[in-house]
Write a protein that binds this ligand. Structure first.
Ligand code: HEM
Length: 331
């Protein structure tokens, strides 16, 4: 774990803001499940077939390049997509930069710049094709980039429904997200507010098969969480005590999308409390055990849950959406 710390040293050095989850943040349950079904009905996989026929190839190639430039790119883009959809729906509002500093992405549990850059790169690549220029929403590019992040990390391929419009609003107040110290009831309450069942929440959490977390998200568990494997705890202690900007991987194969995340929970080596609780709480243990023994089932359920995530709060032209020219600013 410590030997691989270098791969994100540049990010950590560049980070100016650091927000620690689970401390002093107001908890409010989301209510995106009440999204009008008509908005969802407009999504389809061939939405850009005539306006930007090469869209998928362009995004695939761009994400591949971003991943080659940084191993943080894929996990950061996948996480960014979740944080976008869970707040105001999948409308790329997380990409908006407001000049007064009141926007979603700031104060948002240390989202990594590589995730934003992956989306901006893909948008630039799409708009460099004259046929596609300003015709594809940032929200759709985010959904495709999330799929590519999963697929190009070794995970399942799945068709992405398209036709989202971009939102025009992003405020700090709207940000309500789950925290790394959540117990199962808190996780269920949050995800049911988005329309997910407990098994779907366990499947979505499998996204933590790639990427890493900064020490403040799990350091409080070291020495105080009796469930954590003692050897793992001492390893984490070494990592975090020697460098305040250190991080640890969410599972032992952090660039590979597989079911090792769940196997890791069985041996009490889950990094985040909200991950380990999926196994320590008997109500969700069966699902973890199932995915441990059947990676194909995990992949299938993850795809189904991602497809559901992708439909949350979709904007249309009729509901005030637009195709943003620059993902960072409403037109
Ligand atoms: C179940 C509730 C969840 C909680 C409490 C949670 C919390 C966290 C935290 C604290 C981190 C570490 C952030 C950092 O240090 O930079 C993280 C990383 C990550 N999360 Fe989650 N998350 C949850 C669900 C999800 C979901 C549903 C997805 C995607 C579908 C997701 C994708 C990721 C990814 C890919 C990373 C690695 C990011 C990186 O390496 O930069 N998470 N999550």
């Amino acid at each position: 774990m410590r030997g691989r710390r270098g791969w994100r040293a540049d990010v950590l050095a560049r980070r100016k803001r650091r927000v620690v989850c689970g401390r002093g943040r107001r908890q409010v349950l989301p209510s995106m499940a009440s999204v009008p079904p008509s908005a969802v009905a407009e999504l389809r996989t061939d939405y850009y077939a005539s306006t930007c026929p090469n869209l998928e190839v362009i995004v695939r190639s761009s994400v591949k390049q971003s991943m080659a430039q940084s191993p943080i790119s894929a996990p950061a883009a996948l996480r960014l997509f979740f944080h976008d959809c869970a707040v105001r729906g999948c409308d790329a509002s997380i990409m908006i930069v407001n000049s007064n500093g009141d926007d979603e992405w700031r104060d948002n549990q240390s989202l990594k710049p590589e995730g934003f850059q992956t989306i901006l790169n893909a948008k630039a690549a799409v708009d460099s094709d004259p046929q596609c220029r300003y015709k594809v929403s940032c929200a759709d590019i985010m959904a495709l980039a999330a799929r590519e992040s999963v697929y190009q990390s070794g995970g399942p391929y799945y068709e992405v429904e398209l036709g989202r419009y971009d939102g025009r609003v992003s405020t700090r107040d709207g940000v309500v997200l789950p925290h790394a110290n959540f117990n199962l009831d808190q996780l269920n309450a949050f995800f049911s507010g988005l329309g997910f069942t407990q098994p779907e929440m366990v499947a979505l959490s499998g996204a933590h098969t790639i990427g890493a977390a900064d020490c403040p998200f799990f350091q409080y568990r070291i020495g105080s969480d009796a469930i954590m494997d003692p050897g793992f705890a001492s390893q984490l202690n070494d990592t975090c005590s020697s460098n305040p900007n250190a991080f640890a991987f969410l599972d032992p194969s952090p660039v590979g999308f597989d079911n090792a995340f769940y196997r890791n929970l069985q041996v009490s080596k889950g990094l985040l409390g909200s991950d380990q609780v999926l196994y320590s709480d008997m109500r969700s243990r069966n699902t973890v055990d199932y995915y441990t023994s059947n990676q194909g089932a995990f992949f299938g359920d993850f795809v189904a849950a991602m497809t559901k995530l992708e439909r949350i709060g979709v904007k249309t032209l009729a509901t005030g959406g637009e195709i943003r020219q620059d993902c960072r600013f409403p037109n």
